[in-house]
Design a protein around this ligand. Structure first.
Ligand code: DGT
Ligand code: CA
Ligand code: CA
Ligand code: ZN
Length: 605
C-alpha cells in the first residue's frame, strides 16, 4: 500500500524535523505515533480519508492530524512538512542515520557547532572545537567518531526482510505468466542469510513454452523501482533496484525521496526438466556446491546447473550433447543420486551438512505455536492486549506472552511497578475472557548495565514469563557485558534472554559477550536464548545459534511484535534457527501448551 507508506514516512519525517527544530516534544511524538498508526492500517488510507469521522476514530488521530492526512491524500503533500523541510539543512537528516546521534545531539551540533552535514561534523571533531559544545566530553566524542566510521563502512548488503519483500514483488510479476511452472528465490536469500549481497531469482518453463522466456524477462525488467537494466537476455536478466530507506521500527524517515540503497536482482529462466539442478546450483552456497561436485566426481558423475550426468571424460558439456541426466528435475532427486538426503537450503554452507545421514527435521514455520515476546499499547506497541491475542489466535498460536517494557526503558514507555501490577491484572482478565488462546502475563525486563534486573524479585515472581533483554549501555566492553548477561542468565526468575547482543544489522554492532560462557550458563540454568525474528535484529545470529544447539541449549524464536505485521517476521527468525540447525524439540515455541506452560512454571520455583 504505497500511499499509506508514503504518508507514514512523511509524518515520521515531520516528527524528526520538529525534534531537530526543538519544537514541542508532544507534537513530534503525536506525529510519530500517527505515522505508525497509518503504517499499520490494514486498508487504504485514501478510503478512510474520505470519511472524516472514521479517520478521527483511529487511535491518536485528532482533528488537526486528520486535516493533514486529508491534505496528503487529496494533494499528495503536506504544506507544513515542506515548511519544516525548508528550515533544516538537508545534510542534517543524514546525520540522524549515524548510530547514537539522536535529534537532540544533532540539534546542538547544528545550532551551536554550525554542523550542517557529515563533512562539517568530521571537521569540528578533527579540530577539537566539538569539545566546547554542551555534553560533548572526550568520551562522547570518541563514541561519535567510532559510530561515524561504522556508518561509513557499513556494508551495503541488504537486510533479509527487505530482500524477501522485494523478491516477492518480482516473483509475483512472473509467477502467473503462461508456461511458468516454478518461480522462486535462490541464493543467500533462500538460504536465509541475515543480509544478502544480491537477489537471485529462478523461473522454470514448461516444455513447449520456451518462447515465454521473452515475456518473463520483460515482466521482470519492468518491475517498479528498477533504476537500471544490466542484462536483458531471454534466459538471463539483471537489474539494479533503488530502495527507499525503510528500517521498519528503527526507521529514521528522512523525508527525502532519494533512495539510499540499490540492490541487484538476477533472473535465470530454465526448462522445468532441469529445475532441481538449477535451483540447487543457484541456491549455493558456493562451498556447498563445490562439495557436491566433488561427491559427484567420486561416484563417476558430473554435476552442473543442467543436471547430474555420467562422467564420460568428454570435455563438451553433457547437456549440449543430448545426454540424459541421472537426475535433474528436483533437488531431492539430485541429492538422492549423490547418496544424500535433501538438505535444507539454510544448512547449505559446507558446515558438515553432507556428513549428516538425514532425514533433516529442522524447526519449521508451521511448527511455531507460541509467541513469547510481544508488546501492547501499555508500552510501545500498537495493539491492545485483546487485539494482540486475537492476532496470535488468528495465526494459529496456542499461547501469546504480553511482555511490555520495564521502567528503565522510558522512551519505550516502560512500566513502573504499580503500572505493571495493574497491567498484569488486565492481562489476566483478558486471559479469562478470551477463549482459544493462553495469554501470559509477563515483562520484557531490562538488564541494567551491571546485570541487575529492572524490577525486584518479588514483582518478577508474580509474572508468568520473564524475558530479560539489554537495551541500553550497548557499547560496553566484552568483559563487562559478559558479566552483565551472565547475571541475567543465572537469575532464577528469567526464562528467556531476549535479543542477547542488541545488535541492529547495518546500524550498530551491539554487545560482544563471550558466547561460549553465556551458552554454557544458559544450558546450566535452563534459560532459553532468544532468536529475535525482526530482520533488523536476527539476534542471536546463526553462528551463535549453532553453538547454542551444540551445547544443548533451549531456543526461543520470537517476533517481539509491536504491530500486527510484525508477526510476518517470524519466518526470518525460523530461517535463522534453521541455519543454526535447531530442531523442534529444542525450540520452546513449538512445544504443546501443556509442556510449555509447565516449563515456565517450573523455572525458578
Ligand atoms: P550473496 O549474494 O553475496 O549474498 O551470496 P549468494 O550465495 O547468493 O551468491 P551469488 O549471488 O554470488 O550466487 C548465487 C549462487 O550461485 C551461489 O550461492 C552459488 C552459485 N554460484 C555463483 N557463482 C558460483 C561459482 O563460481 N561456483 C559455484 N559452484 N557456484 C556459484
Ligand atoms: Ca545472491
Ligand atoms: Ca547473484
Ligand atoms: Zn527489546
Amino acid at each position: 500500500m504505497p500511499l499509506n507508506e508514503s504518508l507514514a514516512n512523511g509524518l515520521e519525517s515531520m516528527a524528526r524535523l520538529m525534534d531537530l527544530l526543538g519544537e514541542d516534544s508532544f507534537k513530534s511524538a503525536a506525529h510519530a505515533r500517527a505515522a505508525r498508526v497509518i503504517a499499520d492500517l490494514p486498508g487504504d488510507v485514501a478510503a478512510l480519508a474520505s470519511d472524516r469521522p472514521s479517520l478521527l476514530a483511529l487511535p491518536g488521530i485528532g482533528p488537526k492530524m486528520a486535516d493533514k492526512i486529508i491534505e496528503f491524500v487529496t494533494t499528495g503533500r503536506i504544506a507544513e512538512h515542506e515548511a519544516l523541510l525548508s528550515q533544516v539543512p538537508p545534510g542534517l537528516l543524514a546525520l540522524l542515520e549515524v548510530p547514537g546521534l539522536g535529534p537532540k545531539t544533532v540539534r546542538t551540533l547544528w545550532q551551536q557547532g554550525g554542523v550542517t552535514n557529515l563533512t562539517s561534523l568530521e571537521r569540528i571533531i578533527a579540530d577539537g572545537s566539538i569539545l566546547a559544545l554542551p555534553r560533548m566530553g572526550a568520551k562522547a566524542v570518541e563514541k561519535i567518531k567510532a559510530n561515524l566510521t561504522f556508518a561509513k563502512s557499513a556494508p551495503t548488503r541488504l537486510w533479509l526482510g527487505r530482500a524477501w519483500t522485494l523478491a516477492e514483488t518480482f516473483l509475483a510479476r512472473v509467477r502467473d505468466l503462461p508456461g511458468v511452472a516454478q518461480a522462486q528465490a535462490a541464493g543467500s536469500l533462500r538460504r536465509g542469510r541475515d543480509t544478502v549481497g544480491d537477489i537471485d531469482l529462478l523461473v522454470a518453463l514448461r516444455p513447449g513454452y520456451e518462447s515465454s522466456a521473452h515475456a518473463v524477462g520483460e515482466a521482470f525488467r519492468g518491475a517498479p523501482d528498477v533504476a537500471e537494466v544490466l542484462a536483458a537476455g531471454d534466459t538471463k536478466s539483471s537489474v539494479r533496484v533503488a530502495l527507499n530507506h525503510d528500517a521498519g521500527r528503527w526507521k529514521h524517515a528522512d523525508g527525502a525521496k532519494a533512495p539510499d540503497h540499490t540492490v541487484q536482482v538476477d533472473l535465470r529462466v530454465v526448462p522445468v526438466a532441469a529445475w532441481g539442478a538449477a535451483l540447487l546450483y543457484f541456491t549455493g552456497s558456493k562451498a556447498h556446491n563445490i562439495r557436491l561436485r566433488e561427491r559427484a566426481l567420486s561416484k563417476g558423475l558430473t554435476l552442473s546447473e543442467w543436471g547430474l550426468f555420467p562422467h564420460d571424460g568428454d570435455a563438451t558439456p553433457p547437456h549440449t550433447r543430448g545426454i540424459t541426466p541421472v537426475a535433474a528435475d528436483t533437488e531431492a532427486h539430485v541429492y538422492a543420486a549423490l547418496g544424500l538426503p535433501w538438505i535444507p537450503p539454510e544448512a547449505r554452507e559446507d558446515h558438515g551438512e553432507t556428513d549428516m545421514p538425514g532425514p533433516w527435521a529442522l524447526v519449521d514455520l508451521a511448527d511455531i505455536k507460541a509467541e513469547l515476546h510481544a508488546h501492547t499499547t501499555a508500552s510501545d506497541g500498537l495493539l491492545t492486549i485483546r487485539e494482540l491475542a486475537e492476532e496470535a489466535k488468528r495465526r494459529g498460536f496456542h499461547t501469546i506472552a504480553v511482555t511490555d517494557h520495564s521502567q528503565s526503558s522510558s522512551i519505550a514507555n516502560g512500566l513502573k511497578p504499580d503500572r505493571l501490577r495493574r497491567h498484569l491484572d488486565a492481562v489476566r482478565k483478558a486471559n479469562d475472557e478470551i477463549d482459544g488462546i493462553t495469554i501470559l502475563a509477563g515483562s520484557e525486563v531490562d538488564i541494567l548495565a551491571d546485570g541487575s534486573l529492572d524490577y525486584d524479585d518479588e514483582l518478577l515472581a508474580r509474572l508468568d514469563i520473564v524475558v530479560a533483554s539489554p537495551h541500553a549501555a550497548l557499547s560496553q566492553d566484552s568483559t563487562a557485558c559478559t558479566e552483565r548477561l551472565l547475571r541475567a542468565v543465572r537469575h532464577p526468575l528469567v526464562h528467556i534472554l531476549g535479543h542477547p547482543t542488541g545488535r541492529l544489522i547495518n546500524r550498530r554492532k551491539g554487545l560482544e559477550p563471550d558466547m561460549a560462557a553465556l551458552i554454557a550458563a544458559a544450558k546450566e540454568h535452563d534459560t532459553a536464548l532468544e532468536i529475535n525474528a525482526h530482520w533488523m535484529r536476527l539476534d542471536l545470529r546463526d553462528t551463535h545459534v549453532r553453538q547454542a544447539m551444540n551445547a544443548g541449549c533451549l531456543i526461543a524464536v520470537n517476533t517481539d511484535a509491536h504491530a500486527r505485521e510484525d508477526f510476518d517476521n517470524l519466518r526470518f527468525g525460523v530461517m535463522t534457527a534453521r541455519r543454526g540447525w535447531v530442531t523442534p524439540d529444542r525450540c520452546l515455541n513449538t512445544w504443546p501448551a501443556t509442556k510449555l506452560h509447565a516449563w515456565l512454571k517450573r523455572k525458578g520455583r
